[in-house]
Design a protein around this ligand. Structure first.
Ligand SMILES: [Zn+2]
Length: 139
C-alpha cells in the first residue's frame, strides 16, 4: 500500500507540474500551452501511472497490461458516449447507500421499503440503519 500511495502522490505531483505549463486558470488571461514541456511532465506522470498499474498486476508484462488497459479504456469510452447520448446526470442509477454506479456493479436491488435502488442487501440494511439513526438522507 505504501508503494501505491507514494506513486499516486508522485503521479499527482507530475500532473500539477504539467498544469504549470499551460494557462489553465479561468481567472487569468493567459491561455498559453508549452506543449513540449507539458508532454515531458505527462511522460513523467505516465511513469508513475505505470508503476501503479504494474504494482497491482504482478508478473504481467507492460505489453499485456497495455492490451488489457486499452480494452477496458475503449469499453468505458463506449459507456461514456452512451451516457452523453442519453443525458447522464451522475446521480441516477446509483446505489442509494454507497452511491456505487449500478451499471458498473452489475446488479441492482430495488427496495420498496426505502423507495430506491441498492447494490446489495448489505446496503439496504446500512441505509435503513442510517434512516433510523439520522432520518432520511440522500447526500
Ligand atoms: Zn451500495
Amino acid at each position: 500500500m505504501e508503494y501505491i500511495r507514494t506513486n499516486v502522490l508522485a503521479l499527482e505531483d507530475e500532473l500539477h507540474e504539467a498544469l504549470r505549463e499551460c494557462g489553465w486558470k479561468p481567472w487569468a488571461t493567459s491561455k498559453h500551452l508549452n506543449r513540449e514541456a507539458f508532454m515531458k511532465e505527462m511522460v513523467d506522470a505516465w511513469h508513475f501511472f505505470m508503476n501503479i498499474m504494474l504494482g497491482i498486476s504482478p508478473g504481467m508484462s507492460p505489453e499485456a497490461l497495455a492490451a488489457e488497459f486499452a480494452e477496458k479504456y475503449y469499453a468505458k469510452n463506449q459507456v461514456n458516449q452512451d451516457r452523453q447520448r442519453t443525458g447522464y446526470d451522475g446521480v441516477a442509477n446509483r446505489c442509494r447507500n454507497c452511491h456505487k454506479d449500478l451499471d458498473q456493479a452489475g446488479v441492482s436491488l430495488y427496495s420498496p421499503l426505502y423507495a430506491g435502488s441498492f447494490c446489495d442487501r448489505t446496503c439496504v440494511g446500512e441505509y435503513g440503519r442510517k434512516v433510523r439513526e439520522y432520518g432520511a438522507q440522500d447526500s
